[in-house]
Design a protein around this ligand. Sequence first.
Ligand SMILES: Nc1ncnc2c1ncn2[C@@H]1O[C@H](COP(=O)(O)OP(=O)(O)OP(=O)(O)O)[C@@H](O)[C@H]1O
Ligand SMILES: [Mg+2]
Length: 369
Amino acid sequence: MIEFRDVVKRYGEQLAVDHVSFSIPEGEVCVLIGPSGCGKTTSLKLVNRMLEPSGGEILLNERSVASISPDELRRGIGYVIQSVGLFPHMNVAENVGIVPRLLKWERARRERRTDELLDLIGLEPQLYREKYPAQLSGGEAQRIGVARALAADPPVLLMDEPFGAVDPLNREVLQLEFAALQRKLQKTVVFVTHDLDEAIRLGDTIVIMKDGSIVQHGVPEDILANPADEFVRRFVGTDRALKRLACFEVSEYMQTANTVTRHEAEQRGREPNGDGRIHPVLWVTDDDNALVGMLEPDPDHASRLAYRPYVALHPEEVGVQPPSSLREALSRILGQGLRAAPVVDERGTVLGEVRLSDIEELNQKGIVR
Ligand SMILES: Nc1ncnc2c1ncn2[C@@H]1O[C@H](COP(=O)(O)OP(=O)(O)OP(=O)(O)O)[C@@H](O)[C@H]1O
Ligand SMILES: [Mg+2]
């Protein structure tokens, strides 16, 4: 969908983008990351012709962007600029409606679209339509920036540190919202960030840049497992084994869980499942199938087929949901001193479990150097 072919951008003597080639398939998120001044923003601006390259070309759907007028180009490309960039003298509805207004949509259609987008990003239209940027929190302003870029439903989005200006907690909320939105909308996205965790969470692929060049391009788990050189190794940090776990979804590593109802556990005492087998963890559920506790084997018991006394658990403290990452599962496991984390839905129903032993095995297999 987007292809950089040997792209060069000079500012006078300085090479801001130095012979860069890579491509992004339709519907994927490609994250550009690297130190300040390495050429990320410049690369983005070359895509929608806010800047012209000094050499090479960029293709959009196999057409050179140089052959498409900037007006037409920008209709198909939403742009979220570094540090939000909402117009302070326009209210939220006017900010979101900028591109539709340029496209001369009728007022009613614009208003419908604005409300639809505010709903989509989780801001009540009634409450937010008329607000001015100064009356928004940092996170809300960032969301409006994303809504504005989506207004004309462009297939391509350029996002320059869209969540850079918010604190880490809110940033994580915005990232998760964006990931959910992207699963639904399937845009082709070039996303710039400084934040490696953000890159891992959102990127289908990651391009690591340094001094205008690409030093590594790949899927997050490979970059973390096999950094191309010392620069990337230092960039991804010493805890890359842990970070890499953020690339894997719980749903893919979930195993069948053994469960028993509370009622059954009470009736049969320390041998609740009565099948003559002992499980490393037996999850206890209430009558609605929601997790309420667990039983672990009692190695000291004479029959060796008994469990220790019942331990009460709260699904929201120990459980992970299927779209979460193995990194989260591991933190639950370690935080609670368990052998496995239960996988639950939002109602606490046990869907399966993620085992510590599986996570350890995955880590040993993956990290080559
Ligand atoms: N208009 C300009 N004129 C001259 N030099 C520029 C101009 N814009 C950017 N540069 C230089 O080009 C290089 C790349 O800048 P760019 O804005 O692409 O960096 P970046 O990777 O986005 O950095 P940051 O993470 O700080 O946003 C920098 O060294 C910068 O000083
Ligand atoms: Mg920049």
